[in-house]
Design a protein around this ligand. Structure first.
Ligand SMILES: *Cc1c(COP(=O)(O)O)cnc(C)c1O
Length: 312
């Protein structure tokens, strides 16, 4: 098949690309607030929250930092369509769809799970569709080929030209965007904790920190592969390993989007204790829970300050 039809004919791209980006104006640097939590204080550890969830109402958290470099590049080169990949609850798909609406770019979301095609959309995919994203459901076997050039060439035959953004938005440009998070935290904490899905945020964060600061990525998926991914992404973005970082694989709580009683109890208590919005369970709660366990185990010397990134 060799159709050249664009994703959405009604979105020819913005007339003035530079002006379009003002729709994405962020609140940066994101707030950094200390909170009193006795589980940390008891060990002489200070806990800070880096509120990346407040950067932008539609491109939440680390998705703003990771997407904007690719959006800028798309506008600069006159590309009018973005194509990317995600599961049925992907925050990245939602952020990409919102960016498309705000910038006047067509968006195509390749969604894992062909069986979803005939069903009512869940709230996350319904949001994507409402923002104008064209959803293309594929089998799990096809989805596994998302980085295979032969398969993406077939997607180009089908959908016409597009800028391809990898799953989770993590490519070299995104990692360089996430380095801004690290730079904002220079001199502000000894240790920075972040949840890891594809590893792009950790890869950039660690690169942006100053000497003497270190980053811990809390894997939210099982499999122990994220360290390798972060390494690969840092090579792609910077030509080699950067910063002092490690991936902690003990707190995925059964795997992606899985939960445990202990995680639930921790998240509810954290919200009530500190009067904060409910923690995102897929990512942020696992990082904070893991951090509290590490603090309890004495992983941080008294006097250490730890900043946890609220990525969404
Ligand atoms: C996407 C996402 C992450 C994971 O970021 P990666 O760069 O893929 O590791 C973490 N937290 C939230 C809230 C997210 O939406």
């Amino acid at each position: 098949m060799s159709s050249t039809a664009p994703g959405q004919p009604g979105r020819p791209g913005p007339a003035d690309p530079a002006a379009a980006l003002t729709a994405l104006a962020p609140r940066l640097p994101s707030p950094l607030t200390e909170i009193a939590d006795e589980r940390f204080a008891r060990r002489g550890v200070r806990l800070l929250l880096k509120r990346d969830d407040l950067i932008h109402p539609d491109l939440v958290g680390n998705k703003w930092r990771k997407l904007v470099p690719n959006l800028r590049a798309a506008l600069r080169s006159g590309e009018h369509t973005l194509l990317t990949f995600g599961g049925a609850y992907s925050n990245h798909l939602r952020a990409t769809a919102a960016a498309g609406r705000l910038l006047g770019l067509a968006t195509i979301g390749v969604v894992r799970g062909e069986e979803l095609a005939g069903r009512p959309l869940n709230p996350s995919l319904a949001r994507c569709a409402a923002d104008g994203m064209r959803l293309h459901f594929v089998t799990r076997a096809a989805y596994r080929r998302r980085a295979d050039p032969d398969w993406t060439a077939r997607l180009r035959d089908r959908f016409g030209p597009f800028r391809l953004i990898p799953e989770g938005g993590s490519d070299a440009a995104a990692v360089r965007g996430a380095a801004g998070l690290g730079r904002e935290l220079r001199g502000r904490a000894d240790v920075v904790a972040v949840a890891c899905g594809t590893g792009g945020t950790l890869a950039g964060l660690a690169a942006g920190l100053a000497d003497g600061q270190r980053a811990i990525g809390f894997a939210v998926l099982r499999g122990g592969f994220l360290g390798g991914e972060v390494e690969r992404l840092q090579h792609a973005a910077f030509g080699g390993r950067r910063g002092d970082w490690r991936v902690e694989d003990r707190f995925h709580c059964g795997g992606f989007a899985r939960t445990t009683g202990a995680l639930e109890a921790f998240a509810r208590d954290f919200r009530d204790r500190h009067g904060l919005p409910d923690l995102d369970r897929v990512y942020v709660a696992k990082a904070l829970y893991g951090l509290s366990v590490l603090a309890g185990e004495g992983a941080f010397a008294p006097g250490t300050s730890v900043a946890a990134v609220v990525t969404g």
